[in-house]
Design a protein around this ligand. Sequence first.
Ligand SMILES: Cc1cn([C@H]2C[C@H](O)[C@@H](COP(=O)(O)OP(=O)(O)O[C@H]3O[C@@H](C)C(=O)[C@@H](O)[C@H]3O)O2)c(=O)[nH]c1=O
Length: 183
Amino acid sequence: MRVETAELADVLVFVPSPFHDERGFFTRTFDVDIFEDAIGRKGSAASFLQDSQSRSARGVVRGMHGRSGRGEAKLVRCPNGAVFDVLVDIRRQSPTFGQKQAFRLDDKEFRHLYVPPGFLHGFQALTDTADVCYRIDRPHDPSEDIGVAFDDADLAIAWPEPVTAVSARDAAAASWKHLLESL
Ligand SMILES: Cc1cn([C@H]2C[C@H](O)[C@@H](COP(=O)(O)OP(=O)(O)O[C@H]3O[C@@H](C)C(=O)[C@@H](O)[C@H]3O)O2)c(=O)[nH]c1=O
């Protein structure tokens, strides 16, 4: 498994080496030693407490979601289909504060993102169905949800497909300007 850095500070991309044969494929999706070497902290893998999966139809956007307080670290991958995944750095002290980066996550290359606390995250499904699995290092607490509208003009995320559906919460999300004032 290869580890790549990203344009955004402290984000890592794990790129596994799937094994293909006539049965299909086998791929490792997580390796504790590789993860902890890359993060530079022994024991850090054990901090992931919750594993979740969502399924989305083509064009669906989920995001842009973040977490207040000390935030949460995430491991994000797409085990079925493909998504256009977007991160925004909302850490005031970061050299890449305010910047965004998009990644293609899919069931061909199985790229796996490590997202430290202090980011907005969202994605759009690029295939008829697209699953996203993510682990987080703190139990979900909706009272700490923060968000920015996926179509905020200042954030200007170029979603590649027409947007077919979003949740009521995402449709009513605050502006990027509003979030910046609260950080
Ligand atoms: C995120 C989450 C939701 N839920 C519940 C709340 C709600 O009833 C239902 C659907 O939740 P949402 O609409 O918030 O799901 P969704 O819009 O898919 O939210 C997710 O979006 C992506 C982009 C992320 O990065 C995730 O961290 C998460 O915020 O599931 C949990 O029980 N545990 C969880 O960890």
